[in-house]
Design a protein around this ligand. Structure first.
Ligand code: UT7
Length: 324
């Protein structure tokens, strides 16, 4: 059975606080903290890219797993901020870590991307088609954030997380993953420019089409309902009750979304891992960064039932149930 055998994460050193944002747009520390739970986020220096962050996180995960980069059969990176449209950030990462034997590709499922990538990796391990897979969530969201738009720029940050998965009964077993999408909401969370619909032009830049746009209120409700239902479905499908969950590691998009979800699930907030105050929303990097921090803080004990759950653009959502 596919198991997580190594974990690593990396956050760039530069900090952008709510007070810094007060000087950039018409906002306040109080508003941001009350509405989102975010105090600060990390931002890359100029010239640093998604595969650079992924490299730091991956090397830690590889060391934690006690393997060499040459043992990796496959690299799957989830990102909405790839180094280039092509080649993939996974290929850039492959070169940087020397994973010479691996096949490498990126996937696009926005904030749910890490759970999607984990599910793909799990299937390859369980079928026997691969032995060692590096699954990464890495984002430089500061590169696609409009720092003149107060409704979005307060939310996002940069970072990366990675796990190694292998067939190992002694480690953290991935019991099940569940994925869902609803493309009818594609325009609710979107970067309209830079693809084949509105390719890069003077006009697309002037219209600011290369930045994240969203309908926050609509997303807020959809996130709570879909995450809640998915957690309930996933636990029941695997013969557990929601109350059996020891720790939920949710995508960190808004503290109020996490609180409302826990309330609907009738679970205390102590059963949710939260680090949004430090990093904001790092899209597909948020779940693996949170796994790494939860592990380091001693929040994950052998035998614990752990639920990863994420929701984001697409719309997409996904869960992963892990026996720690
Ligand atoms: O990761 C993928 C999933 N992401 C999400 O699910 C994000 C979901 N949405 C959210 O987290 C929230 O909707 C936001 C944090 C984006 C916004 O919070 P909200 O409570 O829904 O605020 P709102 O958009 O309804 O705005 C309330 C008021 C408005 O003013 P009026 O119209 O009431 O006068 C906004 O103009 O707050 C104003 N506002 C701000 N004020 C100060 C919006 N942004 C700001 C700001 N600072 N940064």
């Amino acid at each position: 059975m596919a198991s997580i055998t190594g974990i690593g994460s990396y956050l760039p050193g530069k900090i952008l606080t709510n007070h810094d944002l007060e000087k950039m747009v018409d906002t306040t520390d109080e508003w941001i903290l009350q509405r989102t739970g975010i105090r600060e986020r990390r931002i890359v220096e100029n010239g640093v890219s998604t595969s650079d962050l992924a490299t730091h996180a991956s090397l830690k995960a590889i060391e934690d797993a006690g393997i060499s980069a040459e043992e990796i059969d496959m690299i799957i990176t989830s990102t909405i901020t790839p180094d280039y449209l092509f080649p993939s950030s996974s290929c850039c990462l492959q070169k940087q870590i020397g994973a010479t034997r691996a096949c490498a590709f990126d996937i696009s499922a926005a904030c749910s991307g890490f759970v999607y990538a984990l599910s793909i990796g799990q299937s390859f391990i369980n079928s026997g088609a691969a032995k060692t897979i590096l699954v990464v969530g890495s984002e430089c969201l500061s590169k696609i954030t409009d720092y003149t738009d107060r409704s979005t720029c307060i939310l996002f940050g940069d970072g990366a997380g990675a796990v190694v998965i292998q067939n190992d009964k002694e480690k953290h077993q991935i019991l099940d993953t569940n994925l869902a999408s609803d493309g009818t909401y594609a325009d609710v969370l979107i970067i309209p420019g830079g693809g084949s619909r509105h390719s890069a032009s003077m006009e697309s830049v002037q219209k600011r089409l290369h930045y994240i746009q969203f309908k926050g209120k609509e997303l807020f409700k959809l996130a709570i309902n879909n995450i809640t239902n998915l957690v309930i479905e996933t636990t029941r499908k695997n013969g557990f009750d929601v109350q059996d969950i020891d720790l939920i590691i949710p995508h960190q998009s808004n503290l109020r979304i996490i609180e409302a979800t826990m309330e609907k699930l009738k679970l205390p907030m102590e059963k949710a891992f939260v680090n949004i105050d430090k990093y904001g929303n790092t899209s597909s990097a948020s779940v693996p960064i949170a796994i790494d921090e939860a592990q380091q803080e001693g929040r994950l004990k052998k035998g614990d039932l752990v639920m990863l759950v994420a929701f984001g653009g697409g719309l997409t959502w996904g869960s992963s149930l892990i026996k720690w």
